[in-house]
Design a binder for this molecule. Sequence first.
Ligand code: FAD
Length: 309
Amino acid sequence: MDAGTRLFRTALLGLAGNRAARKLSERYGMRLGAGRFVAGETMEDALKHAKRLNDAGIAVTLDLLGESIQSLEEAKASELGYVDLLQAIDRDQINGNVSLKPTQFGLALDPDSCYDSIRTVVREADRLGLFVRLDMEDSPWTDATIDIVRRLHAEGLKNVGTVIQAYLYRSVQDVKQLSAERVNLRLVKGAYKEPASIAFPAKKDVDSNMRRLIRTRLESGEYTAIATHDETIIRWVKSYARSRRIPRTAFEFQMLYGIRTPLQESLAREGYTVRSYVPFGRSWYPYFVRRLAERPANVTFIVKSLFTR
Ligand code: FAD
């Protein structure tokens, strides 16, 4: 990553946490171009997109957007929203599961109440035969997120997993340990701003650690969700799996809604399991800004779209 790109990314990721910018943007709704990455503001919008993806052979994970909430009432609203969502997935026979962010359930405000709320969601999912993924947020929450999953497993709720980020130095150890504990993992490169004391600053090191994590996980024999749009890594996974006789049922590819859609469709046609991460809801701003920070060209796309409608 050159210095200009790094500066651009840092500035945008700073904006993701800015409350004033968030309020202003969310007031102007999807008109800012967020609709390219967010499947609408309501559950009905998201279910419509989920069905369309299912029809193309692509599974989904639905994310009711929200993070870093300010009150426990908001946490309760997230809990109710997710219970509704799980029931809708079951009712509409969507091939899908859900992803949630622990700070959306009050991890920063009251960890005990956050745990209880997430447990309510995971129990409901368990009752319906569905799976819940705890997304991984920035590093202050890494241990707490893993602990929530471990506690739920210890209570017999095994239908919950989490995410490990390749940019963190600690991640190889985490993948080894959590694979031994049979925790379902999604592997990603990592989307937040982290200091060099804990995370690889250079993209090439993140990419090579991503391969190391994927290899470690696949060799453990545990199911592996590989979440990337990086075609070099995807090609490498396909040939690595072939050469090690790892069956296609041992892993899945995951990508974000609205990104590399033709690639998602072609992998599904080839017979790979593909899951699209479908975010929806009114609190779309931080998610949207992280997508812009990942690729400078997205900002150009959004600016152009503002002037062409
Ligand atoms: P990159 O090397 O960044 O990108 C490879 C190529 O993909 C780029 O050249 C570009 O063509 C395309 N691309 C990548 N990003 C974009 C974009 N925003 N817009 C358009 N094209 C793009 N991160 C977390 O920290 N925690 C999570 O819980 C988490 N969950 C995720 C779930 C899913 C299903 C996915 C796909 C990603 C998730 N991420 C999460 C984000 C992830 O960490 C990366 O920030 C993101 O996926 C970009 O990295 P990449 O692997 O696609 O590779």
